[in-house]
Ligand binder design. Sequence first.
Ligand SMILES: [Zn+2]
Ligand SMILES: [Zn+2]
Length: 253
Amino acid sequence: MKFNNENLIRGSKGLAVEELQIRLAGFRGTTWDGDFGPGTELQVITFQKEYMQLEEPTGVVDQKVFEALENFAREFPVNFDKLKCPCGECEGFGKGQFKNQYREGKPEIEAYHLFEYPGIHKAILQSYRAAQSYAKDPDFGPPFLTSGYRCHVNNKNKDRKSTNHMGKALDCDFVLKEGEDKRDDANRCDKFRGQLVEQANFQIGWNGRNKKSLEPSNIAPTWIHMDVRSFSKQYLQEKYFVTTEQELDSNDL
Ligand SMILES: [Zn+2]
Ligand SMILES: [Zn+2]
């Protein structure tokens, strides 16, 4: 599916809308269901306001918005080398093991899903791009990626059970400024989480269905962890997981 020259507006439907909803995952964000409703319109308005700096956002995706989406992707690149699993045994994004298998004795919910998804979810990558744009605020400075994919081999090496990082999550952090300590780091991460809740419609924790999640500060005190673990299966189809920036920006679903 490619964006063509047709405007997208409230009521539009289909794969181009789905792609749009994912591209704008970090601007408020809604579910990527291919149905351009009020949630999608709010995404477009937020993007027009925050990124395009339009004084009178229209909520309509026209040629200017398509161009801005391209510029946005170019301005905030995603370095996939930094996202690869460090285990040394997989190619960087697991081996596709354990689809529809769940941690022993646990219910069939995503938190216990053992599947090594085939890449990183596009919505989390696009959210990271938006995070980079929000972090332009000098209080933060540019974020850098600290963790992406972690397959079962890596989990075993690290004695870790969580499968969150098997394609559904990434971690980033900010550089400490001169004279700062861990507490400053923690304060900055707290503040940034607040901003992501407000601007990108993240939730802290995993209670709400179909919302992007941030790990709370008691789990991730000095870094930012974002994931799509709370989404239903239809939003975690394999087609949403990518292993290169080219794939991320290809418009193909
Ligand atoms: Zn690995
Ligand atoms: Zn994490």
